[in-house]
Design a protein. Structure first.
Lengths: 178, 20
């Protein structure tokens, strides 16, 4: 069962002694439903300081990539206790949204998704290519929030990568919220 | 045509061995 896009799974392990890019490794590539299931790993198996990223083939999971420079991310910040009960479910649902081409005609705006395992709180984000395309960004956010089963009162924010890159404090401003 | 799969369809393949 072929997927609409070929996807690359990346692994990142932070190592202060090395340049950021050198800590990023391509794990595998999937382009069928069967491939996906035979390669995918549980997020909770990752140790703190590590990330997974699933990105369309040809797009690197970094701001500098030409398909990410003008884009941004829908960010889901998890409370510490959510790591044990919600993390794997939320990450798997995110991946199913990606490989299932679930964002209607806006799916072509989706670049990939990243999960960061961090002591101060894990984060899952869906990256899109054009932060100025309000219609697509908002529709992707609405579908994503619904697919994650987040309650109406849980607000998720969209931040442009340029804002995240230049933020002074730890919180970049939200360009959109749903 | 568009290859779009909903979550139920995808989950059906979760424990099926990949045919290599």
């Amino acid at each position: 069962h072929p997927l609409q896009n070929r996807w690359v799974l990346w692994f990142f392990k932070s190592d202060r002694g090395r340049a950021w890019q050198d800590n990023l490794h391509q794990v595998t590539m999937v382009d069928t439903v069967e491939d996906f299931w035979s390669h995918i790993q549980l997020a909770s198996k990752l140790s703190p300081g590590c990330d997974y990223a699933l990105f369309k083939d040809g797009i690197q999971p970094m701001w500098e990539d030409s398909r990410n420079q003008q884009g941004g991310r829908w960010l889901v910040s998890l409370a510490k206790q959510q790591r044990h009960c919600e993390l794997d479910r939320l990450w798997l649902e995110t991946l199913l949204c990606l490989i299932g081409d679930s964002f209607e005609e806006h799916s072509r705006e989706v670049c990939g998704a990243v999960i960061n395992i961090r002591p101060k709180g894990d984060k899952i984000a869906v990256w899109t290519s054009d932060a100025e395309n309000q219609a697509s960004v908002l529709r992707i956010g609405q579908v994503y929030k619904e697919r994650l089963g987040l309650s109406m009162k849980t607000i998720i924010g969209y931040q442009a990568h340029t804002d995240t890159a230049s933020k002074s404090n730890s919180l970049a401003k939200n360009k959109f919220v749903v | 045509g568009k290859k779009q799969y909903d979550r139920e369809f995808l989950l059906d393949f979760q424990f099926m061995p990949a045919c290599i």
